[in-house]
Write a protein that binds this ligand. Sequence first.
Ligand SMILES: Cc1cc2nc3c(=O)[nH]c(=O)nc-3n(C[C@H](O)[C@H](O)[C@H](O)COP(=O)(O)O)c2cc1C
Length: 211
Amino acid sequence: MKIIGISGSPRAKGNTDILVHEALKAASEMGAETEFIALAGKKIKPCTGCGTCRTESSKGICSIKDDDVPRIYEAMKGADGIILGSPVYFLSVTAQLKALFDRSIILRYAKGTPQDRPGVPGGPEFLLKNKVGGAIAVGGGRDGGQLFAINSMLQWMLLQNMIVVGNNYGMGGSAKAGTKGDVKSDEIGIAMARHVGLRVAEVAGRIEEGK
Ligand SMILES: Cc1cc2nc3c(=O)[nH]c(=O)nc-3n(C[C@H](O)[C@H](O)[C@H](O)COP(=O)(O)O)c2cc1C
């Protein structure tokens, strides 16, 4: 079982990275092989809406080829579970993570769009279908929009036909921290992040057992 954790923060080794690492540690304690991917320092161009990925001749192929997105999608495709983390930026996820979400439309179009294939049992084959996902957010405010950011991440997962999990506390990991590294003293935030990792590994493990 492979679980990857993606930190959507542009600030390397910041609070989101720390939380995603904690979640991955919990997943590895459940027996998962893990990989951490930071969006900090990566080139992630936004979707231009060119429509190339929808055409018959290039189904699921993106016209943007000169950035780090294809490699990140390869890691997603090879994973059984995906943990996403983001700092709250203006009550939502970072622009980097949103760009990654928008570009991921190709992961829904690999075998045609839902409109192309109405009535196909299960619909078109979404490449992230049935992978397990969980989300973590950290904001400087106590009620700074963590839940909105978590919601954005879980909604993206639902649109990819993934299976989403929450944790014992709520919809995901929610932490409060402003300056870099501060989250280490948010004991509850760390526990919530760890519990996201545990739930993702638990459900991914059950799916693997049932295969
Ligand atoms: C552009 C920007 C917007 C932000 N917006 C919010 C916000 O809406 N709510 C909040 O609680 N914190 C907000 N913050 C604070 C960050 O979420 C917080 O510092 C977080 O710990 C950063 O995580 P990182 O170290 O992983 O980058 C914002 C920070 C930046 C730079």
